[in-house]
Structure formats: C-alpha cells, structure tokens
Design a protein around this ligand. Structure first.
Ligand code: PGA
Length: 256
C-alpha cells in the first residue's frame, strides 16, 4: 500500500482517430484548469491526439498536461512512407508515446518485437512509452490471459535494464473490453496488473514497484474510482470517455 502511494496516479486519454486539430485545440484550452487541479492533487493528466493534432494540442494545453503520440517509428529517418520518427515528435516537445495498442496489434501488425524496437529507441531518447498489453476474448475464455500478457511483457521488454525502464508505463487493456462497454471487473484488473508487476519484477527487480501499471477498457466516470482503488492499478488509459471535456473532467474529479 505504501509503495502504491509512491506511484503518482495517471489518467491518460487515448483519442484514437478522433478530433480535428481545431477540436483538439479547443479541448486542450478547456483542459487547462483540469491540469492545474490534477497537479495540485499529485495526479498526472494527459491525452494522446493524432499526429496531426499533436502540435495544436501541445501549444494550447497547460505545460503540465502530458501530450502523447499514439505511435512512432523506431528509425530516426529514412524510406518509411507514412511513418513519423522520434526526432519529429521531439521537435514539438512530445516525449510520451503509446506503444502496442491492441488496435495497432490487430490492424497494423504491431508485434512484440516491433514494440521492443520502438521502446528501445524511445528509451535511448529518454522518452516514455506507454506499453499496452492484453488478451483477446478467445484467449480470455481459454484462460490464457497470463500466458499472453506475460509473453507480451517479456518479449516487449527483453534485455532492457532497470535504469532504461524506470519511466516506463504499462497499460493492461483486455481486448474484449475496449470500446465494448464490457469492462473487466476490478478483481480481474487488479489480478492482471499485479501479475504485470510480478513479471516486471523478474525482469527489472525492485524497479517494478516504481512502474505505473494502468487499466484500460471501457473505463468511465462511474467505474474509474473502483479501478484506481486497486493496489496495483495506478491509473487508467481511457478511450471513449476521454473525448468530451465534461466526461474527462468527471473522470479526473472521481479519482481526486
Ligand atoms: P475505451 O478504449 O475506453 O473506449 O474502451 C480504451 C483504449 O483503447 O485505450
């Protein structure tokens, strides 16, 4: 419990392929008092807009607001049509990146190996990956959650030192709960987030106690508090409920 209190809570909105840059900017301006409120309460608050909205969001938001990218390429430049590199993000002051979101794993062939390569490049640039892991419905029903999540953690983080991983954030997002309204029970969230931390401990020792592990998947203002009251759940990665400023504000107020 004491260790849990050492980890700052984190509420991160994942906007996916939503919002024009103008809408992102409007949200960012409206979120300024929320960033202040979060800071006062020792909570890290952030959003992950599309690439095209990153600059507008970063410029309009409070400097205390985390503005994360949803993806990045592991090469600094080159013949990779359609990709965006770390230096391109850094030029806009972006130093957080979501890695391995289940939608990218499903639609863009984002393997554990690719996630590993991206995180290696992020660590080398002192940036923060939010590494997403989680099982599909079939894997869940077959009782294979820990096998799948354990492999995602081990393969994704293979060979990294505790020092490299010190700012890492992991998000446990059961695929069957994302955007479905079928959220995992807080018992499941706690059990798997604890398992994530135990697996991290095998890889990086006691640094695992400093790593924030988030739950994601149909997190709403009504259930966010229950998740965050679990000892191993340090925050939430929120899709749908992070899109409207009112609901985003409610999420924050409910975990103060
Ligand atoms: P959701 O999405 O909150 O809409 O379920 C979560 C996510 O994909 O990060």
């Amino acid at each position: 419990m004491l260790l849990n209190k050492m980890r700052r809570k984190l509420l991160l909105g994942n906007w996916k392929m939503n919002k024009l840059a103008s809408e992102a900017r409007e949200f960012a301006l409206a979120s300024k008092p929320l960033a202040e409120l979060a800071k006062k309460n020792n909570i890290d608050l952030g959003v992950a807009p599309t690439y095209l909205s990153l600059a507008a969001t970063k410029e309009a938001a409070s400097k205390d607001m985390i503005v994360a990218a949803q993806n990045v390429h592991f090469n600094p430049s080159g013949a990779f049509t359609g990709e965006v590199s770390i230096p391109m993000l850094q030029e806009f002051g972006i130093d957080w990146v979501i890695i391995g979101h289940s939608e990218r794993r499903a639609y863009d062939n984002e393997t554990n190996q690719k996630c590993h390569d991206k995180m290696k490049a992020l660590f080398a640039n002192h940036m923060v990956p939010v590494y997403c892991v989680g099982e599909t419905l079939q894997e869940f029903e077959e009782g294979r959650t820990k096998e799948v999540v354990g492999r995602q953690i081990r393969e994704g983080l293979e060979g990294f030192t505790a020092e490299e991983c010190k700012d890492l954030v992991v998000a446990y997002e059961p695929v069957w709960s994302i955007g479905t309204g079928k959220n995992a029970s807080s018992e499941i969230a706690q059990d798997i987030c604890k398992f994530v931390r135990e697996t991290l401990r095998e890889l990086i020792g006691d640094t695992a106690d400093k790593i924030r592990v988030l739950y994601g998947g149909s997190v709403k203002p009504v259930n966010v508090k229950e998740y965050l009251s679990c000892p191993d759940v340090d925050g939430a990665l929120v899709g749908g409920a992070s899109l409207k400023i009112d609901s985003y504000e409610e999420l924050l107020r409910n975990i103060l």
